[in-house]
Ligand binder design. Structure first.
Ligand SMILES: C[S@@+](CC[C@H](N)C(=O)[O-])C[C@H]1O[C@@H](n2cnc3c(N)ncnc32)[C@H](O)[C@@H]1O
Length: 271
């Protein structure tokens, strides 16, 4: 039986605690790499020896080290160029907690809030973070409810990393449809913007290298500036990327317009 996305994400292993061999098998079967699911800066064998455990769904869904570190570096570089000197980092769909772990490594003085609504994922990830003594607490809560008690100080930059379950939103031909993630991306962005306005905000949305164009246009209409960046780490068609968006601030002053959209596929537009 192949250890693939169907078995781990949608099948019998979704809520099963995986053995080390199973974690490695998923990496081998899908990416020819037993260390593919490296998180918290550890290879699977190191993590397992320290007591770290993963559910099937989290092995597939987690933002593993290579990608999380790359995203966190880019986000931190932009955050440092914002008008704010202090930041609130928020991960409403925390899963393993690995992305917010990397964001805090790169934005060391930031405050952090992380939500996770699956009780089993929350339980295992919280234990992992405690075992590794990582200074991060996940709240077991639906993100929209958790947001209600999240507070940003005046002028504080809100950095939101958004990676909800993709479910069936990724189509091999059309790419990732941002309207079909669970929940859809534009609604999440709107909820966060409504909650934190008028604070400056920086959104980082984990995406695939191909994004369905209309769904992309819909999401970026909420941003003052944006960039879609791809991290070429795998074969074409298997790469992930990030959609970065600024709200309430931008690296370049707008000429004549209060809100504007810059960017598309040209990384220097926000660089
Ligand atoms: C794609 S995973 C995120 C992976 C994460 N970036 C990591 O590094 O592990 C999405 C997570 O969001 C959780 N989730 C889904 N809907 C949610 C909601 N409405 N509120 C909070 N968490 C949610 C899922 O249980 C899942 O663990």
């Amino acid at each position: 039986m192949p250890y693939d996305r169907d078995l781990l994400l949608f099948g019998a292993k979704r809520h099963a605690v995986l053995s080390l061999e199973e974690v490695q098998q998923y990496g081998i079967d899908n990416y020819q790499d037993p260390d593919y699911v490296s998180i918290y800066g550890l290879r699977p064998s190191q993590a397992h020896a320290m007591g770290v455990r993963l559910l099937g769904r989290t092995a597939v869904e987690c933002t593993r080290d290579d990608l999380a570190e790359a995203i966190a570096s880019d986000v931190a570089a932009l955050a440092r160029r914002s008008p704010s000197t202090f930041q609130l980092v928020i991960d409403p769909f925390a899963g393993s907690g690995n992305t917010i772990f990397w964001l805090l490594r790169k934005l060391a003085d930031a405050r952090a809030i992380a939500f996770e609504n699956d009780p089993l994922v929350h339980d295992i990830s919280s234990r992992n973070l405690a075992l590794l003594n990582l200074p991060l607490r996940l709240e077991r809560i639906e993100f929209s409810v958790g947001l209600e008690h999240a507070y940003a100080a005046p002028g504080e930059l809100v950095v939101a990393f958004i990676a909800p379950p993709w479910g069936r939103a990724l189509d091999a031909r059309l790419g990732l449809d941002l309207r079909r993630t669970e929940p859809p991306i534009a609604g999440i962005v709107q909820t966060i913007v409504r909650h934190f306005e008028p604070n400056p905000m920086l959104f980082a949305i984990q995406v695939h290298e191909r994004v369905e164009p209309e769904s992309l246009a819909d999401v970026v209409s909420h941003f003052d500036a944006f960039e879609h960046k791809v991290y070429p780490m795998h074969l074409e068609g298997q790469n992930h990327g990030v959609l970065i968006g600024c709200v309430g601030w931008s690296l370049r002053p707008a000429r004549g317009k209060r809100r504007r959209t810059v960017g598309s596929q040209q990384p220097e537009r926000l660089g």
